[in-house]
Design a protein around this ligand. Structure first.
Ligand code: GLN
Length: 257
């Protein structure tokens, strides 16, 4: 069965391309009945308020909640993470409808406005243990949310360092270059989690060439576990085995297709 990608708005095409790179068929989901034909679902990044309005218009919320409850793997990236959270703060007046299921509180636009978007190298021990490759992942944060609190059943997969008491006007790339900035001035916020069948990342793995989050998500499918686990050494960078990650300039732009 194919992987569904919610295609109301946002970076669904980039997720479909990322799935193609690891040899997985993805299909666009716009109607509730289309969810019956997919084994798992990706809710992409975009604008969560707009996406929620469109989901409401197409009466998708009941089917999305049902899909999550059935235990099928669901991965939310950025706005998709907001969709899956049980609680969101920093929402527009009147809030927005959420799918829920992920026992956490997210804060929308935690790192500031669009121009404060950034890239950061995140330590990803669990991802590297499962998928191989470098111990860190270069993550693209675009007006990203952060996870402020998680429930006991939630596994934290990645955090980003931020300056304490400063969650606006923050850019880790700049902070990395600040000489003499004391260790005690930084704290960490959670940006990737897993809870049972739900995976959520505040950043956009579909915009980079590193396919490990996509292959990690595929392993959440019980039937695929053995197959993908057996090929895990070749799933890293997928069809681009000759690709030399460490030679890639760290200022590279995201990959679009
Ligand atoms: N800030 C956006 C929102 O709240 C999410 C941004 C993104 O998905 N890149 O919906």
């Amino acid at each position: 069965m194919a992987v569904g990608v919610l295609a109301l708005q946002g970076s669904f095409n980039e997720h479909l391309a990322a799935l193609r790179r690891i040899g997985v068929k993805g299909v666009e989901i716009r109607k509730a009945e289309q969810l019956e034909n997919v084994s798992s679902l990706i809710i992409p990044g975009g604008e969560s308020t707009t996406m929620a309005k469109l989901a409401e218009l197409h009466n998708l919320f009941p089917a999305l909640r049902e899909f999550v409850k059935m235990g099928k793997p669901v991965w939310g990236t950025c706005a998709g993470l907001i969709f899956l959270a049980d609680k969101a703060t920093g929402q527009k007046t009147g809030g927005q409808e959420l799918v829920g299921g992920l026992d956490c509180t997210v804060h929308r636009n935690f790192f500031g406005s669009q121009i404060q978007s950034f890239e950061a190298e995140l330590p990803v021990p669990e991802l590297a243990a499962t998928e191989g490759g470098p111990p860190s992942f270069r993550a693209v944060f675009i007006r990203a949310p952060a996870i402020l609190e998680v429930g006991p059943g939630v596994e934290v997969l990645a955090s980003v360092s931020i300056q304490s008491n400063k969650n606006v006007d923050f850019n880790p790339a700049l902070q990395d270059n600040q000489e003499g900035s004391a260790e005690s001035d930084t704290s960490k916020v959670i940006v990737a989690v897993k809870q049972g069948n739900i995976l959520a990342t505040a950043f956009h793995p579909e915009l980079t060439i590193d396919s490990r989050w996509h292959s990690y998500f595929m392993k959440m499918l019980p039937s695929n576990n053995e197959i993908t686990a057996a090929s895990s050494s070749s799933s890293y960078y997928a069809d681009q085995e000759s690709y030399l990650y460490n030679k890639q300039p760290k200022t590279d732009l995201p990959i679009y297709e």
